[in-house]
Write a protein that binds this ligand. Structure first.
Ligand SMILES: Nc1ncnc2c1ncn2[C@@H]1O[C@H](COP(=O)(O)OP(=O)(O)O)[C@@H](O)[C@H]1O
Ligand SMILES: [Mg+2]
Length: 266
């Protein structure tokens, strides 16, 4: 459904070359991938590997130097309508829920941002209080929370509000960029359970960006390893233990609990 084809991205680097003027630093190299409807694709890589840049390309915010992004066969960057088509179908949840939620907004206004998108798209007005209450219930929060401010919520509760905002516009795809990375381990599992439940209930497609392999194995169908802007592995999560890629192996070994019977090479 959503597809990247040989995407390259570079940024102007701060360093000035004496002869050639500004040089460019390439951040993504020939990235290709596709997410099928109803599945979850994990994008895994260490900090600085280009995950967020790839996320920005995927959600219509950054036009690549070359390559194509297609949603349901429609090119995203070729025309304004292509970009609008994507923005109508895709929502984003970021890591930093404290800055992505306006501290002066009440919960109902944060969720309201998503409802506004839907109203504009559908050209009709919604019963906001009713919608907000049912969205809060959907993400497992009491309806009284509608009146609260972000600082009156825990990190996990606020991230649930951001998830409610993301589903409020009835998207088909949600992109999560390190959305659970700053939560404690216990809360991470609770939020991942919520994400699984929502995916089933609403028939959603996910793209899940993270530096944490555990959450990939918990949530994703396919995984793409990104290393310094290159795809080093792209496979179903069920086959992850068979990866030959060195970087992927290193990550795997860092979480694998060694079996006592297993021989350990020294
Ligand atoms: N707007 C930008 N201008 C210049 N360089 C950027 C910009 N955005 C990202 N980069 C660079 O691109 C590389 C990848 O960054 P990013 O996609 O944020 O990685 P990740 O999300 O995996 O940590 C980094 O070296 C970063 O400094
Ligand atoms: Mg990032």
């Amino acid at each position: 459904m959503l597809e990247l084809n040989k995407i390259c991205v570079s940024f102007r680097s701060e360093r000035q070359d004496k002869i050639f003027g500004h040089t460019r630093q390439q951040v993504l190299f020939d990235i290709s991938m596709r997410v099928e409807k109803g599945t979850c694709l994990g994008i895994l890589g260490e900090s600085g590997s280009g995950k967020s840049t790839m996320g920005r390309v995927l959600c219509g915010l950054l036009k690549p130097d070359s390559g194509e992004v297609q949603l349901d066969g429609v090119s995203v960057y070729a025309s304004r309508s292509g970009r609008r088509n994507l923005q109508n179908k895709l929502s984003v949840v970021f890591q930093d829920y404290t800055t992505s939620a306006n501290p002066r907004f009440r919960v109902k206004d944060i969720i309201g941002e998503g409802l506004t998108v839907r109203e504009r798209r559908e050209g009709s007005r919604l019963d906001r209080d009713k919608e907000t209450a049912s969205l809060l219930e959907l993400v497992g929060l009491p309806s009284e929370f509608a009146k609260r401010f972000p600082h009156e919520l825990s990190g996990g509760q606020l991230q649930r509000v951001c998830i409610a905002r993301a589903v409020a516009c009835k998207p088909e795809i949600i992109l999560f960029d390190e959305a659970i990375s700053s939560l404690d381990a216990h809360t991470q599992v609770q939020v991942m359970d919520l994400l699984r439940e929502l995916k089933e209930k609403l028939g959603l497609t996910y793209i899940f960006i993270t530096h944490d392999l555990t959450s990939i194995t918990y949530l994703c169908d396919d995984v793409l390893f990104l290393y310094q802007g290159h795809v080093t592995e792209y496979m179903p999560v069920s086959r992850i233990s068979q990866t030959k890629d060195e970087y992927a192996r290193r990550l795997l070994e860092s979480i694998v609990v060694f079996d006592a019977d297993e021989e350990v090479a020294v």
